[in-house]
Design a protein around this ligand. Structure first.
Ligand SMILES: C[S@@+](CC[C@H](N)C(=O)[O-])C[C@H]1O[C@@H](n2cnc3c(N)ncnc32)[C@H](O)[C@@H]1O
Length: 338
């Protein structure tokens, strides 16, 4: 069983002699992070181009590749290019990801839109043929819905992105139980037939479906760093739990702040990723180390989405709809009537 360190036990887990001894005797898991691919490593953060990392990994090594690539929208870490050039670059990386995937493995590509002069190009639609040509089989196109983002003035504000989940073959790992969510009517009973009177739904919960409502990492989200587009850890935890087994290798070719690695390590999997921007490499290493020490703060997977009305926040009622405010607003005095 995994031992996680409480904050006050930090010294014993930071790579000093005690930690090494604990690791060797199987009592404490190691906190070291490798910089190049090593098959036995618990975590690898490769500081460089993902194609270089992927080419060093033997075929069939990973049970899951999950990532969010650059969208070619001019973020600080990308040079905006023509769509054809972008697709050609993505094709090279996707082919390598397919090569390193095991026969029972899954590949999840999380994307939003590329926007040119206000015109939207949905990247999942553009990239789907690349996966199909590589023989990948689409299992779900998961809609990830969130409530924060830019407020558009000439089109509807974007409030979802997609995760394309592909498998390499028909024999793939899929564990539904660890990702079940609470039933809507857990007390409902069968009203006829041989099971009449028994509870009708699975007590472990229901299938989460293919529309996932998970807050994105903006503003005061507990996981926010200086990176402009982090995954929430809980989004990747679901994929790791459903699509891998303990001990499996999970790869993120565009790892950013290391979110995929954090989710993988949290659930006893091994993690490998590449990141090209040095400050994000440092962030990823820092967050992964904290996760290994059990001190990284994240939003729990089972926490309901915050609803300010349920929380009794006064700002949820428009002042002009409050009875007393209405009275003041429309009183003869305020309208300037004698
Ligand atoms: C959309 S972000 C991913 C963020 C990540 N999912 C997280 O939770 O932090 C894409 C990342 O890929 C990195 N990147 C861009 N091109 C790369 C390349 N060729 N190799 C490795 N990383 C790259 C960028 O610097 C950026 O941090």
């Amino acid at each position: 069983m995994r031992l996680r360190c409480a904050p006050n036990e930090r010294r014993a887990c930071t790579g000093d002699d005690t930690s090494e001894l604990g690791y060797l005797t199987g009592m404490i898991e190691p906190t070291s992070i490798e910089s190049v691919y090593a098959p036995e490593a618990r975590a690898v953060v490769y500081p460089g181009d993902c194609l270089d990392l992927l080419s060093s990994i033997p075929a069939g090594s990973a049970r899951l590749v999950v990532t969010s690539p650059p969208y070619n929208i001019g973020k600080e870490y990308e040079t905006r290019r023509g769509l054809d050039e972008y697709i050609a670059d993505q094709t090279a990386v996707i082919r390598e990801c397919v090569r390193v995937l095991s026969a029972s493995g899954s590949l999840c590509w999380q994307v939003g839109n590329h926007v040119v002069n206000g015109t939207v190009v949905p990247l999942d639609i553009v990239l789907y043929p690349v996966f199909a040509d590589a023989g990948m089989l689409l299992r779900n196109r998961i809609i990830w819905h969130f409530e924060h983002g830019l407020h558009c003035t000439r089109r509807l504000s974007g409030r979802y992105e997609t995760v394309m989940w592909f498998t390499k073959t028909d024999q793939y790992v899929f564990n539904l139980d660890p990702i079940r969510v609470p039933q809507k009517y857990p007390g409902k009973k069968q009203y006829k037939g041989p099971r009449a009177g028994e509870y009708s739904c699975n007590p472990l919960g229901k299938n989460p479906g293919d529309v996932w409502v998970i807050p994105n990492v903006k503003c005061n989200h507990v996981e926010k760093t200086e990176h402009p587009c982090q995954f929430p850890v809980e989004l990747i935890e679901r994929l790791v739990l459903a699509l891998t087994e303990p001990g499996d290798l999970v790869i993120d070719p565009y790892m950013g702040t290391g979110t995929t690695a954090i989710a993988a390590i949290r659930h006893g999997r091994r993690a490998v990723g590449a990141e090209i921007v040095p400050k994000y490499v440092e962030l990823a290493r820092d967050r992964i180390t904290k996760e290994m020490l059990g001190v990284l703060r994240t939003r729990p997977m089972d926490r309901p989405v915050y609803d300010p009305r349920d929380a009794g926040r006064s700002l949820t009622t428009a002042p002009w709809l409050r009875t007393d405010a209405m009275r003041t607003l429309f009183s003869d005095d305020s309208l300037g009537n004698p």
